[in-house]
Design a protein around this ligand. Structure first.
Ligand code: ZN
Length: 204
Protein backbone atom coordinates (compact mmCIF):
# COMPACT_ATOMS: atom_id res chain seq x y z
CA UNK A 1 0.00 0.00 0.00
CA UNK A 2 1.19 3.50 -0.78
CA UNK A 3 1.48 6.09 1.95
CA UNK A 4 -1.83 7.67 0.95
CA UNK A 5 -3.69 4.41 1.60
CA UNK A 6 -4.41 3.60 -2.04
CA UNK A 7 -2.99 0.44 -3.47
CA UNK A 8 -0.26 1.05 -6.03
CA UNK A 9 -1.70 0.96 -9.52
CA UNK A 10 -0.23 -0.73 -12.57
CA UNK A 11 2.14 1.55 -14.54
CA UNK A 12 0.37 0.73 -17.82
CA UNK A 13 -3.35 0.38 -18.12
CA UNK A 14 -5.05 -0.65 -21.36
CA UNK A 15 -8.08 1.58 -21.76
CA UNK A 16 -10.70 0.10 -24.03
CA UNK A 17 -14.23 0.90 -25.08
CA UNK A 18 -16.76 -0.86 -22.88
CA UNK A 19 -19.64 -0.24 -25.29
CA UNK A 20 -21.69 -2.73 -27.27
CA UNK A 21 -20.69 -4.23 -30.60
CA UNK A 22 -21.36 -2.10 -33.67
CA UNK A 23 -23.61 -3.49 -36.44
CA UNK A 24 -22.77 -1.31 -39.44
CA UNK A 25 -25.21 -3.09 -41.74
CA UNK A 26 -28.13 -2.44 -39.40
CA UNK A 27 -26.95 1.17 -38.94
CA UNK A 28 -26.83 1.68 -42.70
CA UNK A 29 -30.38 0.31 -43.16
CA UNK A 30 -31.63 2.49 -40.33
CA UNK A 31 -29.91 5.57 -41.80
CA UNK A 32 -31.59 4.90 -45.15
CA UNK A 33 -34.97 4.60 -43.44
CA UNK A 34 -34.32 7.75 -41.45
CA UNK A 35 -33.49 9.76 -44.59
CA UNK A 36 -36.54 8.41 -46.45
CA UNK A 37 -38.77 9.26 -43.48
CA UNK A 38 -37.52 12.84 -43.78
CA UNK A 39 -38.55 12.93 -47.43
CA UNK A 40 -35.16 12.22 -49.04
CA UNK A 41 -34.92 10.01 -52.09
CA UNK A 42 -32.10 7.59 -51.28
CA UNK A 43 -32.38 6.08 -54.77
CA UNK A 44 -30.67 9.03 -56.45
CA UNK A 45 -27.05 8.75 -57.41
CA UNK A 46 -26.03 11.56 -55.08
CA UNK A 47 -27.63 9.99 -51.98
CA UNK A 48 -27.13 6.34 -52.80
CA UNK A 49 -24.02 5.89 -50.64
CA UNK A 50 -25.07 8.37 -47.97
CA UNK A 51 -26.61 5.84 -45.52
CA UNK A 52 -23.36 3.84 -45.57
CA UNK A 53 -21.31 6.98 -44.99
CA UNK A 54 -23.62 8.13 -42.21
CA UNK A 55 -23.32 4.75 -40.48
CA UNK A 56 -19.53 4.81 -40.72
CA UNK A 57 -19.26 8.44 -39.65
CA UNK A 58 -21.38 7.94 -36.53
CA UNK A 59 -19.65 4.68 -35.70
CA UNK A 60 -16.37 6.58 -35.77
CA UNK A 61 -17.71 9.48 -33.72
CA UNK A 62 -19.13 7.17 -31.07
CA UNK A 63 -16.34 4.65 -30.62
CA UNK A 64 -13.26 5.53 -28.55
CA UNK A 65 -9.93 4.12 -29.75
CA UNK A 66 -8.15 2.00 -27.18
CA UNK A 67 -4.93 3.35 -25.72
CA UNK A 68 -2.35 2.50 -23.14
CA UNK A 69 -2.29 4.77 -20.16
CA UNK A 70 1.32 4.85 -19.07
CA UNK A 71 2.23 6.50 -15.80
CA UNK A 72 5.71 7.13 -14.41
CA UNK A 73 6.98 7.56 -10.88
CA UNK A 74 7.43 11.23 -10.05
CA UNK A 75 11.07 10.69 -9.13
CA UNK A 76 12.03 14.35 -9.39
CA UNK A 77 9.23 15.29 -7.03
CA UNK A 78 7.77 17.75 -9.55
CA UNK A 79 5.01 19.53 -7.68
CA UNK A 80 3.93 22.30 -10.05
CA UNK A 81 0.93 22.31 -12.32
CA UNK A 82 1.10 20.15 -15.46
CA UNK A 83 -1.29 21.56 -18.04
CA UNK A 84 -2.20 20.53 -21.58
CA UNK A 85 -3.78 23.57 -23.17
CA UNK A 86 -6.32 23.70 -26.00
CA UNK A 87 -6.64 19.98 -26.69
CA UNK A 88 -9.06 19.75 -29.64
CA UNK A 89 -12.25 18.00 -28.58
CA UNK A 90 -15.21 16.90 -30.67
CA UNK A 91 -18.16 14.89 -29.47
CA UNK A 92 -21.83 14.28 -30.21
CA UNK A 93 -24.55 15.75 -28.01
CA UNK A 94 -26.77 13.01 -26.71
CA UNK A 95 -29.93 15.09 -27.06
CA UNK A 96 -29.74 15.70 -30.82
CA UNK A 97 -26.87 13.48 -32.00
CA UNK A 98 -25.30 16.59 -33.50
CA UNK A 99 -21.60 17.37 -33.06
CA UNK A 100 -20.17 19.79 -30.57
CA UNK A 101 -16.53 20.79 -30.79
CA UNK A 102 -13.99 23.01 -29.16
CA UNK A 103 -11.01 22.76 -26.86
CA UNK A 104 -10.22 21.19 -23.51
CA UNK A 105 -7.65 22.44 -21.01
CA UNK A 106 -6.61 19.62 -18.70
CA UNK A 107 -4.18 19.96 -15.83
CA UNK A 108 -3.11 18.27 -12.64
CA UNK A 109 -0.86 18.77 -9.66
CA UNK A 110 1.27 15.61 -9.57
CA UNK A 111 1.33 13.27 -6.61
CA UNK A 112 3.49 10.17 -6.67
CA UNK A 113 2.97 9.48 -10.37
CA UNK A 114 2.98 11.49 -13.56
CA UNK A 115 1.49 10.83 -16.96
CA UNK A 116 2.86 10.96 -20.51
CA UNK A 117 1.72 14.36 -21.79
CA UNK A 118 0.02 13.03 -24.92
CA UNK A 119 -2.15 10.84 -22.70
CA UNK A 120 -4.17 13.81 -21.49
CA UNK A 121 -5.45 14.22 -25.05
CA UNK A 122 -6.17 10.49 -25.25
CA UNK A 123 -8.23 10.66 -22.07
CA UNK A 124 -10.24 13.57 -23.51
CA UNK A 125 -10.81 11.57 -26.71
CA UNK A 126 -11.85 8.53 -24.71
CA UNK A 127 -14.71 10.38 -23.04
CA UNK A 128 -15.63 12.42 -26.15
CA UNK A 129 -16.29 9.48 -28.46
CA UNK A 130 -19.73 8.64 -27.14
CA UNK A 131 -23.08 10.42 -26.85
CA UNK A 132 -22.32 13.14 -24.35
CA UNK A 133 -23.32 16.28 -22.56
CA UNK A 134 -20.47 18.69 -22.02
CA UNK A 135 -21.00 18.98 -18.26
CA UNK A 136 -20.76 15.24 -17.71
CA UNK A 137 -17.75 14.82 -20.00
CA UNK A 138 -15.87 17.53 -18.07
CA UNK A 139 -16.52 15.79 -14.77
CA UNK A 140 -15.79 12.30 -16.14
CA UNK A 141 -12.34 13.38 -17.35
CA UNK A 142 -11.51 14.99 -13.99
CA UNK A 143 -12.82 12.04 -11.95
CA UNK A 144 -11.02 9.52 -14.11
CA UNK A 145 -7.68 11.31 -13.81
CA UNK A 146 -8.20 11.54 -10.07
CA UNK A 147 -8.83 7.79 -9.84
CA UNK A 148 -5.94 6.77 -12.09
CA UNK A 149 -3.28 9.25 -11.01
CA UNK A 150 -4.19 10.13 -7.45
CA UNK A 151 -2.86 13.64 -8.01
CA UNK A 152 -3.08 16.49 -5.51
CA UNK A 153 -5.46 18.31 -7.80
CA UNK A 154 -7.14 18.11 -11.20
CA UNK A 155 -8.65 20.83 -13.37
CA UNK A 156 -10.63 20.39 -16.58
CA UNK A 157 -12.13 23.25 -18.58
CA UNK A 158 -13.97 22.65 -21.86
CA UNK A 159 -15.07 25.39 -24.24
CA UNK A 160 -17.25 24.11 -27.06
CA UNK A 161 -19.65 25.17 -29.74
CA UNK A 162 -22.77 23.03 -29.93
CA UNK A 163 -24.14 22.75 -33.44
CA UNK A 164 -27.57 21.90 -32.00
CA UNK A 165 -27.52 25.49 -30.68
CA UNK A 166 -25.71 27.25 -33.50
CA UNK A 167 -27.18 25.59 -36.61
CA UNK A 168 -30.76 25.23 -35.44
CA UNK A 169 -33.00 26.16 -32.52
CA UNK A 170 -31.85 29.50 -31.15
CA UNK A 171 -29.20 29.85 -33.93
CA UNK A 172 -26.72 31.26 -31.46
CA UNK A 173 -23.91 31.33 -34.01
CA UNK A 174 -20.44 31.74 -32.53
CA UNK A 175 -21.54 31.14 -28.95
CA UNK A 176 -19.50 28.72 -26.89
CA UNK A 177 -20.37 26.87 -23.74
CA UNK A 178 -17.79 26.68 -20.98
CA UNK A 179 -17.73 24.01 -18.28
CA UNK A 180 -15.16 23.35 -15.59
CA UNK A 181 -14.42 20.82 -12.88
CA UNK A 182 -11.75 21.55 -10.28
CA UNK A 183 -10.82 18.90 -7.74
CA UNK A 184 -8.43 18.67 -4.79
CA UNK A 185 -5.99 21.56 -4.35
CA UNK A 186 -7.18 23.18 -7.58
CA UNK A 187 -10.62 23.44 -6.03
CA UNK A 188 -9.59 24.35 -2.51
CA UNK A 189 -6.80 26.82 -3.21
CA UNK A 190 -7.67 30.03 -5.06
CA UNK A 191 -4.07 30.71 -6.07
CA UNK A 192 -3.65 27.27 -7.70
CA UNK A 193 -6.96 27.72 -9.47
CA UNK A 194 -5.97 31.18 -10.73
CA UNK A 195 -2.66 29.76 -12.00
CA UNK A 196 -4.56 27.08 -13.90
CA UNK A 197 -6.79 29.66 -15.57
CA UNK A 198 -3.87 31.94 -16.40
CA UNK A 199 -1.76 29.14 -17.93
CA UNK A 200 -4.79 27.92 -19.86
CA UNK A 201 -5.13 31.40 -21.33
CA UNK A 202 -8.48 31.95 -19.62
CA UNK A 203 -9.23 35.05 -17.60
CA UNK A 204 -10.54 34.10 -14.20
ZN1 ZN B 1 -27.94 19.05 -28.44
Amino acid sequence: MAANGHSPFAPALRVVDDGNAVDLTAAELAAAGFLRALGMDTGTESLRDTPRRMAQAYAELLRPSPFNLTTFPNDEGYDELVLARAIPVSSVCEHHMLPFMGVAHVGYLPGERILGLSKLARVVGHFARRPQVQERMTKQIADWLTDQLQPRGVGVVIQAEHTCMTLRGVHAAGSTTMTSTMLGTLRADGRSRAEFFTLAGLHS
